[in-house]
Design a protein around this ligand. Structure first.
Ligand code: ZN
Length: 65
């Protein structure tokens, strides 16, 4: 995936895309959050918001029945 990503906080491009393990309830086949290696901030893939310590990005579900 060649998506240009950078930290929304410090604008550093020194970020890693984090996938949650399959055992995680929020596991998604792909990355779920962006972790900034410069300032330590984490951002959710779908929410785009900064994640707090211990907080996980909840997988965006489009369940319609
Ligand atoms: Zn940052």
């Amino acid at each position: 995936m060649m998506q240009h990503t950078k930290c929304q906080k410090c604008e550093s491009e020194n970020v890693v895309l984090v996938e949650y393990p399959i055992t995680d309830p929020n596991h998604y086949d792909g990355w779920s959050e962006i972790d900034c290696q410069s300032c330590g901030a984490r951002f959710g893939r779908w929410s785009g918001k900064e994640l707090q310590e211990g907080e996980s990005e909840v997988r965006k579900e489009r369940v319609k029945k």
